[in-house]
Each structure stands twice: as C-alpha cells, then as structure tokens.
Write a new protein. Structure first.
Length: 352
C-alpha cells in the first residue's frame, strides 16, 4: 500500500503517518519525490485497513498496489530508477549502456587486454565471470578471488566499472567487495536466500531472468532485493528455454516493453546467452536497443576459439566495435543515445 501525501503536507504530517504505520505493525518507507512525498507500507500479506491513515492530516490518497510485487511496480513508483556507478555510468536514465567482456576471466593478459579494447569502442562496464555456474561439474569453474583481483586491476587501468557473478553466499560477500555490480545469474534467480543477501550487500544488483521464469517471477525475485532495502536493481532478459533447437535460448524481447510498463526498474538484454551463437548476437542486440532496452550485456573474447567458456557466442573485438557503431545509430533513431564513454584520464593506464 502507498500513502500519497499532499504537496503541502508538513514534515510533522509525514512523521505522524509513519508513526501510525509502525503502530499498526508494518514497516514505513518514506519516499520524497519532486512533487510530493509518498510513504510505502510494507510487511503486509493482504489488504491493509487504511481508515486510520486516510483520516490523517496531509494525506492525499491511498493506493492499494494491485500486483503481487510491490516496490518494483510502477504503481509504487512511476519515476524510472536510475542506477549510478562510480565511473559516472547511469543505467535507466534513458541512455543505452553496454557491459561487455569475456564469459570468464582467464588470466591477466586476457582481461586487461580486452578491457582496453572494449573501452576504446565505448563500453563503460566490463563483465567477466570469476565464479562460473557451469552445467557440468567438470567444466572450468572460474578463477575465484584471483579473477576478482584481475577485474579490479582492469578497472584501475581503464576506468571501466565491473560486473561479475556471485553464485552462492560465500562468493557474494567476496564479489561485493570487488565489483561495482553484483550479478545474480539465471540459475540463481529464485535462490531467495541469495537474493536477500544481495539486497543487503550494499552494491547494485544485475538480476538475470531464469531460463524458465515468467516476467512476474522475475519481478517477484527483484522484490526480494528491494525488500531488503536495496533499490539499485537492473533486470536482464537473457533468453528462456524453448522447443526450438536452432538457438541456445529464445531471447524474449517482448519482456523489455512488458517490464517497462509494469516496473520502474531498468532492463537490459543479453543476446549472447539469449542466442548462444555469435552470428545471431549482433542482429538481436540491435533489436534489443530498438525495443527500448536500457543497455546490453555482450560477451566478447580476444580469441573466441580458445575461450574457456562460451566461445561460440563470443564476438571478436572488431565485431563488437561494429556493433557499437550500429546501435548508436539505432539509439539516435528512437530518440535516445549511448551512455557517454568513460572520461579520458579515468583509470591509471588511460591515455591523456
Ligand atoms: C553469464 O553471464 O556468464 C551467465 C552465466 O549468464 P546466465 O546466468 O544468463 O546463464
Ligand atoms: Mn557466458
């Protein structure tokens, strides 16, 4: 439930509504807005009797949020959530941001080398898994903390922000120490204890859609993170399982406008995992930008044939450069633009 205060409501009016909500046994979340303050009521499992609150001074209206997800819904907050990173990148502010990098961090030369190339092409966020959720226990599982250290070094040198995955509570605590964005992967989208922990980790969270999850499931999973007090959640459409075997997954681009209408959270698309095939990544990346995605996640490897994971879907660096040029044109055509590149001079190894 949401209590919308009149624009002339006083501090005292707001405090008194907060106190009433607490007295009723619920949690109150005041949300000051440009026009007026709203106070969210959380902790209820059904409809709340709002009579006591409605009668209070300064209250304009009570909105009963009709969706099962509350804080992520547009009813709760109409204004888009913007996630701002230390390097200045904003996700959700109406510009297209690009997270790119190899599936896995494999070594120093690989990650530092590719970071420079991606930055030169206009990416502002570097991806790379240090903890890999692999389908087979015999596949490469990632470099662990050593990989996180290399990502931090790449950030120092280039000024790129870092997004990397946490696969369990142990890796989450480590990832939160190093990363700018903590990634929760498709396989963990409904790992509710991990989501709660991510909500308390103090870093923005990239939440990927599970491969058999509905949009509603995705939004309810995001609600777990917001319910812990972390509003900085970025959703990611990365494809769902289908009956067709021509691609690894079915990239559901409809999810982008659907999420936009239901939620204020930013949503990006990952056409790399969404298709599983290098030749299909570029057309689907273009389509995702055209569909209104707030950004893209793209796997790029300096030598895809030798990649330790997901080589078949990884772009060559030059292909990534071409893609960046193309999506800049598409962004302009739909009235948006690319996130500005990382400022020259940012990062210890930056030229100038
Ligand atoms: C990844 O981004 O490397 C990854 C494993 O993605 P997903 O969770 O979408 O499969
Ligand atoms: Mn991958």
């Amino acid at each position: 439930m949401l209590v919308v205060m009149r624009h002339d409501a006083t501090e005292q009016d707001i405090e008194s509504v907060v106190a009433t909500i607490r007295e009723m046994g619920y949690e109150a979340r005041p949300m000051p807005g440009k026009q007026r303050t709203a106070i969210g009521l959380v902790g209820n499992d059904g409809k709340v009797n709002a009579d006591r609150i409605e009668a209070q001074s300064g209250v304009l209206e009570i909105i009963h949020v009709s969706q099962p997800y509350k804080q992520v819904s547009r009813e709760w907050r109409d204004e888009a959530t913007v996630v701002t990173l230390d390097n200045g990148t904003q996700i959700g502010a109406g510009e297209v941001s690009v997270m790119a990098g190899p599936c896995s961090v494999e070594g120093e030369a690989q990650i530092i080398g590719i970071a420079h190339r991606l930055r030169d092409h206009g990416a502002t966020i570097l991806r790379g898994g240090a903890f890999k959720p692999r389908t087979s226990p015999y596949s490469f599982q990632g470099m662990g903390e050593a990989g996180l250290k290399l990502l931090a070094r790449a950030r120092e040198e280039t000024g790129l922000a870092i997004v990397t995955e946490a696969i369990d509570s142990e890796s989450l605590d480590l990832v939160a120490q190093y990363a700018d964005i903590v990634q929760i992967g498709a396989r963990n989208m409904q790992n509710f204890s991990l989501l709660r922990r991510a909500g308390r980790a103090g870093k923005p969270v990239l939440l990927k859609r599970g491969m058999a999850a509905t949009v509603k499931d995705l939004l309810l999973s995001a609600e777990y993170i917001l319910a812990e007090g972390n509003p900085n959640v970025i959703l990611c459409e990365r494809g769902v399982r289908s009956f067709d075997t021509h691609t690894r997954n079915l990239l559901d681009l409809t999810a982008i406008p659907v999420v936009k209408s239901l939620s204020h959270l930013p949503i990006i698309a990952d056409p790399s995992h969404g298709t599983g095939l290098r030749a299909k990544v570029i057309p689907m990346a273009r389509a995702a930008v055209a569909a209104g995605a707030d950004g893209l996640m793209i796997e790029v490897h300096p030598d895809p044939e030798r990649a330790m994971s997901d080589g078949a879907q990884s772009l060559y660096p030059d292909q990534f450069g071409e893609l960046m040029e193309q999506i800049a044109v598409i962004a302009t055509a739909i009235g948006t633009r690319m996130v500005p590149p990382v400022a020259a001079g940012q990062g210890a190894g930056a030229a100038g």
